[in-house]
Design a binder for this molecule. Structure first.
Ligand SMILES: [Zn+2]
Length: 251
């Protein structure tokens, strides 16, 4: 793990998606490697209330807050820890500051990374999951990762992992050039045609893209904003997206 890399968290965004028909994916998803930024030496712990997001398990929540699973089970009198419900509220006792836990699955499927904005001022993965479901995406959230902006109870720069990523399924984020079948979809919460990307979101985006790029050996030319995908007709991720900084910082 690269200890220089910093924070993380996720969420998912909904607007400016192209609908897409997903094809069934092999039920055999290989075991992932997980990466996380290093915990600070001195940390302030507190009891926090966590709303279970799409695809989150007790194991993942335990890792995110550095709290033992049995402590969360006890604090919430959980009977069936395997069956957390999306939207369920959990007390996480003596939680460390949240960090993202990003799984990387061995795969030859991913050749591109496509960056989106939600085109909404607020949101998180759970909100987008519900919105996409309403729009007819039966798997819900169309992106693979969501990077939050500090709204809807999420930390600024938090990286949320979509169930599509955990199950290694096709995206529903960019129909053009068949990107849904070969591109990893990352959505930053915000409307960057009107506002700026926060520093925390940018730090997390660089960390995430850099990690995915290295792990899947994705060439830099295959990393692009939604609007740069051939035949895509969109301004996504917005005219104020800081491409110059992005390319400078990507190693
Ligand atoms: Zn987009």
């Amino acid at each position: 793990m690269n200890t220089k890399l910093s924070l993380i968290i996720l969420v998912v965004t909904a607007l400016s998606l192209n609908s897409c028909a997903s094809t069934p994916v092999s039920p055999m998803v290989p075991a992932p490697t997980t990466i996380s930024p290093q915990m600070p030496v001195s940390i302030l712990r507190e009891n926090i209330s966590h709303v279970v997001g799409p695809g989150e398990t007790l194991w993942r929540i335990s890792k995110m807050y550095d709290v033992r699973m049995e402590d969360i089970i006890r604090a919430n009198s959980l009977r069936n820890a395997e069956k957390l419900e999306m939207g369920q509220r959990l007390l996480v006792p003596q939680a460390a500051p949240i960090k993202s836990v990003v799984p990387l699955y061995p795969s030859k499927k991913w050749k591109y990374i496509v960056i989106h904005h939600s085109a909404t001022d607020i949101g998180n993965a759970l909100q987008f999951f519900k919105a996409h479901k309403k729009r007819g995406f039966w798997r819900g959230l169309g992106y693979h990762f969501v990077i939050d902006n500090g709204t809807y109870g999420k930390a600024d720069g938090q990286i949320e992992i979509s169930p599509r990523w955990i199950k290694q399924q096709d995206g529903a984020h960019c129909k053009a050039s068949r990107m849904n079948y070969k591109g990893i979809g990352i959505c930053l919460v915000g409307n960057f045609s009107e506002e700026r990307v926060s520093k925390q979101q940018m730090d997390s985006l660089i960390y995430l893209v850099d990690s995915l790029k290295k792990y899947y050996k994705i060439p830099t030319r295959n990393i692009m904003g939604h609007g740069r995908v051939p035949r895509a007709r969109t301004e996504c991720p917005g005219k104020y997206f800081p491409w110059e900084e992005f390319w400078l910082r990507l190693r």
